[in-house]
Design a binder for this molecule. Structure first.
Ligand code: ADP
Length: 914
């Protein structure tokens, strides 16, 4: 085609002077080649293209052929390219393919199309059509080889080009290989001896004949030999060659025959051997069959054989016992089997048998049969199906065996599984869940719902990390626990987890790995307990323990440092704790006494039955206290002790031991005794002193009166004669005597108070104040002073005279130490349960606080005699009177603003106690 399109002469005719291959021929050959090539592919597309190409070739060939026969011109020849060359040589049909070329194309297309026909005879015919093309093209090739144009100008009009002939030759042979076992091709490709010989001899004959023919023709053409000689030579040489070939063939055939005979001998040997083996095998099979029969009997396997086409069902003995029937009652047809099957299982079984017959699945049946006695038995069956050539089932051979026991076991297992499942899902106190390999939740129970708050449908498929706190998740705790379970088969943990509503619960978690039979992990079980209450209780106990320890420590420190000798003992008198003072007081510092018996530390107590008894009494609940008891030390020294022993009780109210408290009061006792003695001495000397004062003041009054009388006599007698100085001296003497008198009188009053017992009586204070007003009448008037007191004043038990003296002294002082204003003396009182408290308030000069105590001391005065007369005994007397009445006296004052004197009188003090 390229030759035509680009006008390359050598492409068109291959050898100069030979006919050209027409364009349409080239196109059709290309299409034939394409069809052959497409044949290699089985796709639909490929067959469509094959059909299209074949149709085009057929169309071109038929048109060209009919044009030649009926002498008309469709212009097809010049459709693609103009055959200018043929025009030039004034050829009749320029560009048209040769008639035989067209015939060959028709033959090729027809045989290609029918090569796949189902009928063998059609296929054989197509094969011969192809051989026809091969022969035609071969003749043309020989024509070219021998240069005999008649051979390739078969139509006598146009000639088949040389390369066209070669290509037809190749395509026709190639095409014949699609049915390589038919026709001549079949002869050459066969396995038979003839085919082998054909393959060997044919190429040789062809080549030799072609060479001989060529040589004969050439020698004839060159006039080297005469025609007759040539024919004779050709015949002889042909005979010789044939002889040679026959000879070779005969030798080979003989060789093959020999081999065949040897093989036959060998085969006979084999055959005998085989017969022997078959015999042995038959024996073996018989044994196996026997064994099988025994085995099926022993294993209760029944065998059945169903001829599907004739509906003939044969059972072995075992089958009858499986169905609980007698052979006589069995019908021997498929329906007879159906009668024994449980009605509920029949449809399913039949459908499965049908599916097996239709080759959709293997037969593997489970069904129930009902025995005549109405008992139900489970049967399992499977079968092998025999099929004919077309694949239709013709026969079924199978087995049945009783699986009632297994089914019952399975049912039991199923029930127990169900019970287990119900139990697990029903457990309220524990969350029991299954996790897959990645920790996703697969099952959920009531306990899980109760503890974690999620319903089954909302949590399944979620990851178990959902229940961990954000903090734990950040720390990858969920993954770490699963990893641990993967590694060790088990992992446990305790910690806070989060429930659906966000509240935290204290969970105790145990994760166990689940394995498949190969030991690979398929998931985990996770058991969670809510221990929040326990945790809280534990925390509370911890806190309480902490507090207790703290308390204990406090107590220990308290006891250790308490400034008393204290020790605590258990019920065997062993030391539990003791204060530092205990160690010191009993000289056991530095010794380890805790846990040791008191009697080991102080062995001397063992000889003191009274102490041993005391301890035992206290261990039985008695309390013993002794304020002052003498205790003789081992060194003979006597110590005075104040001791107390108390039992202490345990939490169950039983006595746990005793607490001993001792105080060494030896110093105190000695001091008290000394004081008592000194007091007595003091009292004695006081009494003596008071006696002396009384006697002295009483006895001094007499000589004083004498002195005063005689000085007054002297004054009277010598009044007129006395000079001024002497009269002054006498006045001083009388004044001195007067003051001495007052002093002695006051001193006498003072000393009287401390003397013998005083009479106590009911004293009306109002009366006392009225009397005082009368006694001090002139003093009050002189100073324009007034005394004010409330309407109601108490009646108290006291010494009437002394109370009068007390009020009189205080009121007199209030007037005596007056200020610018007229004196106003206010008297009042308050009372408590135990005493009366009176006050006498004035508006006089007041007293500097510095002297508040001093003024109550005997003879102490704040004012000079020149301004205010006095002895300094008044307030000392008042103090003594108050004390004699179980009370006291004190003053409050602001200088320049007056003073208030308070005194108290005890309500309980009787005269006898003073
Ligand atoms: P006398 O009045 O005889 O001096 P007292 O014992 O009665 O002795 O008083 C002692 C001193 O207390 C007085 O010298 C006086 O200085 C002072 N004194 C007593 N009562 C008052 C009073 N009401 N106001 C001011 N000073 C007083």
């Amino acid at each position: 085609m390229a030759g035509w399109l680009f006008n390359i002469d050598i492409f068109k005719r291959m050898i100069s002077g030979f006919p050209t291959m027409k364009f349409n021929t080239a196109l059709c050959i290309a299409l034939c080649g394409a069809v052959l090539w497409l044949r290699l592919y089985k796709s639909r597309k490929s067959s469509i293209f094959q059909n299209i190409f074949s149709a085009i070739v057929l169309l071109f060939a038929l048109i060209s052929f009919s044009e030649d026969i009926f002498h008309y011109n469709t212009g097809l020849d010049q459709l693609f390219v103009a055959d200018n060359e043929s025009f030039a040589t004034s050829s009749n049909y320029p560009g048209r393919m040769a008639v035989f070329t067209a015939i060959c194309f028709i033959c090729l297309v027809v045989s290609f199309s029918l090569a796949k026909a189902k009928s063998k005879s059609v296929r054989t015919t197509t094969q011969f059509i192809l051989h026809f093309v091969t022969v035609i093209s071969f003749i043309a090739i020989v024509g070219y080889l021998y240069n005999i144009p008649i051979f390739y100008k078969l139509s006598f009009l146009t000639s088949m080009a040389m390369h066209t002939a070669v290509l037809f030759f190749i395509i026709s042979i190639a095409g014949s290989f699609f049915n390589y076992n038919l026709g001549v091709t079949g002869l050459f490709t066969g396995e038979g001896m003839g085919s082998v010989m054909a393959r060997k001899i044919f190429p040789m004959i062809i080549i030799i004949l072609l060479i001989l023919g060529f040589l004969r023709l050439q020698s004839y053409r060159l006039n080297m030999i005469s025609l007759e000689f040539g024919i004779a030579l050709y015949t002889i040489s042909f005979l010789l060659v044939c002889l040679l070939i026959i000879g070779i063939t005969a030798v080979q055939l003989n060789h093959i025959d020999r081999k065949r005979k040897e093989a036959e001998e060998l085969l006979k040997g084999f055959n005998k051997n085989l017969e022997h083996i078959v015999h042995q095998r038959t024996q073996h099979i018989r044994e196996i069959t026997n064994r099988l029969s025994l085995a099926t009997k022993a294993s209760s396997i029944g065998i059945w054989d169903w001829d599907i086409i004739n509906n003939n069902l044969v059972w072995d003995e075992q089958m009858y016992s499986l169905y609980g029937i007698k052979p006589a009652s069995f019908g021997g047809v498929f329906e007879a089997w159906e009668r024994g099957v449980h009605p509920e299982d029949l449809d399913k079984s039949n459908s499965e048998i049908q599916q097996a017959i239709d080759d959709k699945k293997d037969l593997d049946l489970e069904f129930r049969v009902i025995w005549p006695d109405k008992s139900v038995h489970y049967i399992k069956g499977n079968a092998f199906i025999d099929r004919d050539e077309k694949g239709n089932a013709s026969r079924m051979i199978g087995t049945n065996w009783d699986i009632t026991e297994q089914m019952e076991q399975l049912e039991k297992i199923r029930q127990s599984k169900e019970q287990y499942h119900n139990m697990v899902t029903g457990v309220q106190d524990y969350a029991i869940i299954l996790l897959d390999r990645n920790g996703n939740i697969k099952t959920w129970n009531k306990g899980a719902e109760r503890i974690k708050g999620y319903k089954e449908e909302e949590i399944l498929g979620n990851n178990s990390s959902t229940f961990y706190t954000v903090n734990d998740r950040n720390k990858h705790l969920p993954e770490a626990l699963l990893e641990l379970a993967r590694k060790n088969g088990r992992a446990s943990d305790e910690g806070w987890r989060v429930a659906k509503d966000g509240h935290l619960f204290w969970a105790s978690v145990v994760i166990n790995s689940l394995y498949d039979p190969d030991g690979k992990i398929i998931g985990f079980t996770k058991l969670t307990r809510d221990l929040t209450e326990l945790k809280k209780a534990q925390d509370a106990v911890r806190i309480t323990e902490g507090k207790l320890r703290e308390q204990e420590e406090k107590m220990r420190l308290f006891v250790k440092h308490t400034p008393a000798a204290v020790a605590m003992f258990d019920d065997e008198m062993k030391y539990i704790i003791a204060s530092d003072r205990w160690y010191r007081d009993y000289s056991i510092e530095g010794r380890d006494i805790i846990g040791q018996s008191h009697y080991d530390i102080f062995p001397e107590i063992g000889n003191m039955p009274e102490w041993l008894d005391m301890h035992q009494r206290c261990l039985k609940g008695a309390v013993q206290i002794n304020d002052e008891s003498a205790f003789t030390r081992p060194d003979g020294r006597t110590d005075w002790l104040h001791w107390e022993i108390h039992p202490w009780k345990k939490h169950d109210d039983s006595i746990g031991g005793i607490i001993m408290f001792t105080e060494v009061i030896t110093d105190k006792v000695i001091a008290r005794k000394t004081m008592k003695m000194l007091n007595k001495k003091l009292l004695d000397s006081n009494a003596e002193l008071e006696q002396f004062a009384y006697v002295a003041s009483h006895d001094l009054q007499e000589p004083l009166r004498t002195v005063k009388s005689f000085v007054q006599l002297l004054e009277k007698k010598y009044k007129s004669t006395l000079d001024e100085n002497t009269a002054k001296y006498i006045h001083f003497a009388i004044d001195g005597v007067n003051r001495m008198k007052t002093l002695i009188s006051d001193l006498l009053d003072f000393s009287k108070i401390g003397m013998a017992e005083q009479e106590f009586a009911f004293v009306n204070i109002a009366t006392v104040l009225e009397n005082t007003q009368l006694i001090l009448k002139s003093l009050l008037e002189e100073n324009g002073a007034i005394i004010i007191y409330p309407d109601h004043l108490p009646v108290i038990r006291a010494n009437d005279l002394q109370i009068k003296q007390l009020f009189q002294n205080l009121i007199t002082n209030g007037i005596k130490y007056r200020g610018e204003e007229k004196p106003v003396i206010e008297v009042g009182y308050t009372e408590t349960n135990k005493l009366w408290q009176f006050f006498v308030k004035d508006n006089g000069t007041g007293i500097n606080p510095e002297y508040f105590d001093k003024i109550f001391i005997l003879f102490q005065r704040l004012h000079g005699r020149s301004t205010h007369s006095g002895t300094g005994i008044g307030l000392a007397t008042c103090k003594k009177i108050a004390q004699k009445h179980g009370g006291s006296i004190w003053v409050e004052s602001v200088e320049g603003k007056g003073s208030t004197f308070y005194f108290t009188i005890s309500k309980q003090v009787e005269s006898g106690e003073l």
